[in-house]
Design a protein around this ligand. Structure first.
Ligand SMILES: Nc1ncnc2c1ncn2[C@@H]1O[C@H](COP(=O)(O)OP(=O)(O)OP(=O)(O)O)[C@@H](O)[C@H]1O
Length: 272
């Protein structure tokens, strides 16, 4: 068994102001090349877990436990050291993509700056990379490259933001509800592309979602989060068929109510 790329151990986050525990002894591991799902309902603590990895928790939060990434404990390193890891080593795609770009600078210029900051490449090569990843995201790269964010639709900006993260080929990609702003087809395309990047580069992916069906389809292992705690973990099949926690049971009952396969769906359409 390979060593985990990132190992979150007993992560505890408390809001100092209201003395409320928001994350309780969270343990999550992601190995190189794995896609791991972190699923749970709204407010269960998924994004806080991601923000703890990124060192982006609000100041009023007390944090304890360990987040081991390669040779570092991400809870102990300085914000300057954290910044060095972000982008090149750990890339995060947020559910709120609007903060990914400055509004009044063209997308292409921002992409070139980001790529040149993190990789030893000249502007011309950075431009080629930007065009390639925009195209791989199914975008009209010429148009998007020369546009300001406000000239594009929300879904196009979201895909450009994803392209910018993937252009840096990080070792760990954290996807936080990334298909929220996308229609089903583009959501599927983006997830397939991330899977392709994973196969090409051997990177690890932590996929945060409340969509159990999506996690079931896309991940190698899953963690179920409920009220700030991990209540269940296992292979997607184990989570679906052999879960123990009542919350997972509730969650899975929604998944089980979906048609099993194409033939069932067709039967329903024909009988209408
Ligand atoms: N800045 C903050 N200050 C105080 N409480 C916060 C803050 N950010 C999040 N919380 C609380 O922490 C808990 C976990 O929030 P988190 O954003 O991690 O949930 P989530 O599982 O990602 O939900 P969603 O799927 O809706 O994004 C929630 O109860 C939320 O209200």
């Amino acid at each position: 068994m390979s060593e985990p790329l990132i190992s979150i151990q007993n992560l505890h986050v408390e809001n100092r102001v209201c003395e409320k525990s928001l994350l309780r002894k969270v343990n999550v591991e992601v190995k190189k090349g794995e896609i791991v799902g972190l699923i749970g309902e709204s407010g269960s603590g998924k994004s806080l877990t991601a923000r703890a990895i990124m060192g982006l928790l609000p100041l009023e939060m007390n944090v304890s436990g360990r987040i081991l990434y390669k040779n570092d404990d991400l809870i102990k390193i300085t914000s300057k050291e954290h910044r060095k890891l972000l982008g090149k080593e750990i890339g995060i795609i947020f559910q709120d993509y609007r903060g990914s770009f400055t509004p009044f600078i063209k997308i292409g210029k921002q992409m070139i700056e980001t790529i040149c900051t993190h990789q030893l490449v000249r502007k011309k090569e950075a431009k080629n990379i930007a065009f390639r990843v925009l195209c791989e995201m199914g975008l009209n790269s010429e148009r998007v490259y020369h546009s300001y964010p406000f000239q594009l639709s929300g879904g196009q900006v979201q895909r450009a933001a994803i392209a910018m993260v993937l252009a840096l080929r990080p070792a760990l990609i954290i996807c936080d509800e990334i298909t929220t702003a996308l229609d089903v087809m583009n959501g599927e395309k983006v997830l397939s592309y991330i899977d392709q990047v994973r196969k090409e580069t051997g990177c690890a992916v932590l996929m945060i979602t409340h969509d159990l069906a999506q996690a079931y389809k896309r991940t190698d292992r899953m963690y179920v989060m409920h009220q700030g705690e991990i209540v269940e973990e296992g292979l997607p099949e184990q989570i679906r068929c052999h879960h123990k926690h009542p919350y997972t049971k509730k969650l899975c009952s929604c998944l089980l109510s979906l048609p099993e396969d194409e033939s069932v769906r067709k039967e329903r359409v024909i009988s209408l």
